[in-house]
Design a protein around this ligand. Structure first.
Ligand code: HEC
Length: 409
């Protein structure tokens, strides 16, 4: 009992911390991108300064100047931006371990997708994240890296592969989370292994009176551009686990690469705007189109009806009146869901219903009909890992009940 309460609070505390650090990281990253692109040249600027910007905030004015390589005298107090990124990654990894490794049976695995055990699933998760970085980093360092646009195209194919890989090994929820986790790992590793070390080389060269090689800056810039385009998809994937339509469709492996494209089309608008004040409205048409495509794909699934093997089961469901159907759905939910989603769940390790979501009585079910429909009929998000062995005819019954119940309203 005490262990359950403590883990629950630990999870909440880590999640709280994780979101705070992520806000700080992405916030400072957005700030610097906009600042960098918005710098104005001006003849009266000191030597070595490539641009400046005036900003007003919090009751004062700021005049920021950027030195292309470094100022003639390096100041003693130099502020580095790195802990925002590192602490986001560390807390994110810890959260992945608590939620997805600790609850691998429920969150990570879906036996209908791949019949693996918890240890295998955790190993695949760890190795794939590590390998993802090794492959990405080698691609950037290889001759491919010299052509930035071509490199981006190759990386996009790599992301398509990862989308396919994760959705064919993990539950939809875990697959999307892993796409977020692997992308965020690339981003933090870019900061940790490339951007900051390169900057340190430049600083120490300057301190020693040597002229730094400009290649360090160019490499860092390339990685930071990748981070720029990956930011929005990461947030989409991290939030997606609340939306079964996003991760639960059979075409989730097509949806995921489109999410990465959304990141590019939205960022491109803002990057261009900050740099030139030009508003590329057409990018919003593309963004809208991709989003609409995602919505359409999210509803694609094999019809529950066709998955039911026994035709007599189907005919019986068709013959039921709404009242009888509601009773039937209540029975299904009592058998497949209520061990977790009850006021006092019987499922080991739960003190309360997950997310406070209770479907016990008929009234509960009618009240939450839409969520039940979305999570267990339209998508297969619930029961997690089909832990309570829900059958096709039961999913179909819920679908049929919901769709016809609403027709009568
Ligand atoms: C093994 C326990 C378990 C079973 C069985 C189960 N669920 Fe869940 N359910 C969960 C957990 C855990 C979550 C929280 C997931 C998360 O973190 O978002 C959840 C979340 C939900 C949510 C989202 C609630 C919200 O508002 O966020 C719905 C809806 C839901 N379940 C419906 C069902 C239905 C319908 C069934 C039966 C067909 C079912 N669940 C069976 C564990 C279970």
């Amino acid at each position: 009992m005490i262990a359950i309460i403590l883990t629950e609070w630990l999870e909440f505390a880590v999640r709280w911390f994780h979101i705070i650090t992520a806000i700080a990281w992405i916030g400072s990253s957005f700030y610097f991108i906009a600042l960098d692109l918005g710098l104005k040249k001006n003849k009266s600027l000191p030597d070595g300064v490539i641009g400046e910007e005036w900003q007003v905030h919090g009751g004062g004015f700021y005049n920021i100047q950027k030195y292309s390589i470094a100022p003639p005298n390096l100041p003693k107090d130099l502020i580095w931006f790195k802990w925002e990124s590192y602490s986001t990654w560390l807390s994110g990894f810890f959260l992945l371990a608590i939620v997805y490794y600790g609850g691998a049976d429920i969150y990570l695995i879906d036996r209908e997708i791949a019949d693996i055990n918890s240890y295998e699933a955790i190993l695949i998760s760890l190795v794939s994240i590590l390998l993802g970085w090794v492959i990405y980093n080698s691609a950037c360092k290889s001759p491919l890296g010299s052509n930035s646009n071509f490199l981006m195209l190759i990386l996009f194919f790599f992301l398509i592969f990862l989308s396919w890989f994760y959705t064919s090994i993990f539950s939809g929820r875990a697959a999307f989370l892993h796409l977020g986790a692997i992308t965020a790992t690339l981003m933090t590793a870019n900061v940790f292994f490339i951007i900051i070390p390169n900057q340190k080389i430049v600083v120490s060269d300057l301190k020693a009176g040597r002229i730094p090689d400009p290649k360090y800056g160019i490499i860092a810039k390339q990685r930071s551009t990748h981070n720029n385009y990956l930011t929005l998809p990461v947030i989409f994937f991290m939030l997606s686990n609340h939306y079964p339509l996003a991760f639960g469709s059979e075409l989730n492996w097509v949806i995921a690469p489109l999410v990465f494209l959304l990141g590019v089309s939205i960022r491109h608008y803002f990057n261009t705007y900050h740099a030139t004040k030009k508003k590329l409205y057409w990018t919003w048409i593309i963004t809208f189109f991709i989003f609409a495509l995602i919505i359409v794909l999210s509803t694609y699934k094999k019809n529950n009806e066709t998955l039911v093997e026994n035709i007599y089961d189907l005919e019986r469901v068709y013959s039921l009146e709404i009242v009888e159907l509601t009773n039937e759905v209540h029975d299904i939910i009592s058998a497949r869901c209520s061990m977790c989603h009850a006021r006092e769940p019987l499922w080991d390790g739960y003190l309360n219903a997950p997310n406070g979501f209770v479907i016990e009585s008929k009234e509960d079910i009618i009240k939450h009909a839409k969520k039940v429909y979305l999570h267990s009929a339209i998508s297969r998000a619930m029961p997690p890992n089909n832990i309570s062995y829900m059958e096709e005819i039961e999913r179909f019954t819920i679908q049929y009940w919901y769709e016809n119940k609403n027709k009568d309203d």
